[in-house]
Design a protein around this ligand. Structure first.
Ligand code: SIN
Length: 288
């Protein structure tokens, strides 16, 4: 098959797509998510997600119902375990930082809720209200983080499992404002799950590094002190600039990330301003 024919067959018919960085991330244009999208268009979006790990849409003037309807096309919706959803839409979690607040929700590198036995497939985050500047989100590619390790480190990590918890001080601090008014679980709730340090993506079959600064505290069968030197190396390695992309939001922007081979980090650089986002999360699979 000629290269041109091969490319034409791979190119989506329902929208245009433009990578935003070398490592991951692509912006999709020419599609209105409030439309009743065909199965073909949804299939192409899913393919773009698998290929680019995080996909971005702009100027999507959608209601909460339309946001939910779009998300349902990709699977079952799950609620966030620790903070309540919107009163009228419990499946939508508001990710908010108010003018007087100083910490932002999830404001550190993390993959979502790795402390669950079955962490999410991904999330669809919609920007509602933004500061005049700042409030971007960084994403990082955990396939690349794994692939760029030495053979020796890959061998060392292969049999290891990471212990992930919901209550490290770093991550607890980023939830403190939302917990004040919207706590969903008792304050002493601690969720814990043990997962392979290197997971295999169930759809692409590729290996991804699956530890993160927010939740992974040690390797199973080892103490925190024993695990710390290797974890610290991995936390630094996995967010090298060349593994990342950065997204600047405007109202109506959407980021849809595959939570399995990525991490993200919303930047807290807009003190004194408000930022309001709506997130819907999709059920995933047990990491293997
Ligand atoms: C999150 O879901 O971790 C928040 C991302 C963001 O606020 O950009």
């Amino acid at each position: 098959m000629s290269q041109a024919l091969e490319r034409a067959q791979l190119e989506p018919k329902s929208f245009s797509i433009r990578p935003v960085a070398g490592a991951l991330g692509a912006e999709i244009s020419g599609i209105d998510l409030s439309d009743d999208l065909s199965d073909e268009a949804i299939g192409e979006i899913r393919q773009a997600l698998l290929e680019h790990l995080v996909i971005f849409f702009r100027d999507q003037d959608i209601t909460p119902e339309q946001h939910l309807a779009f998300a349902r096309r990709f699977g079952e919706i799950i609620q966030y375990p620790l903070v309540k959803g919107l009163e009228d839409y419990p499946d939508i979690i508001p990710i908010v930082k108010l003018e007087h607040e100083t910490v932002n929700f999830g404001g550190l590198w993390h993959t979502d809720t790795a402390y669950l036995d079955v962490p999410p497939l991904g999330s669809i985050l919609l920007a509602r209200e933004l500061p005049p500047a700042g409030g971007d989100t960084l994403f990082a590619n955990m396939y690349l983080a794994y692939e760029t390790l030495s053979d020796g480190m890959k061998e060392l990590l292969a049999p290891l499992r990471g212990v992930n918890v919901s209550n490290t001080p770093k991550v607890t601090e980023t939830r403190q404002e939302r917990i004040k008014t919207g706590a969903k679980a008792a304050p002493d709730t601690i969720l814990t799950a043990t997962h392979p340090v290197v997971r295999t993506h169930p759809e692409t079959g590729k290996k991804a590094l699956y530890v993160n600064l927010a939740h992974t505290i040690r390797f199973e069968g080892m103490t925190e002190a024993e695990s710390q030197p290797i974890l610290e190396f991995l936390f630094e390695h996995q967010i090298r600039p060349e593994f990342t992309c950065r997204f600047s939001w405007a109202p109506g922007s959407i980021a849809f990330w595959d939570n399995r081979p990525t991490q993200h980090n919303p930047i807290n650089d807009y003190q004194g301003y408000k930022r309001v986002m709506h997130r819907i999360t999709l059920a995933g699979d047990k990491p293997r």
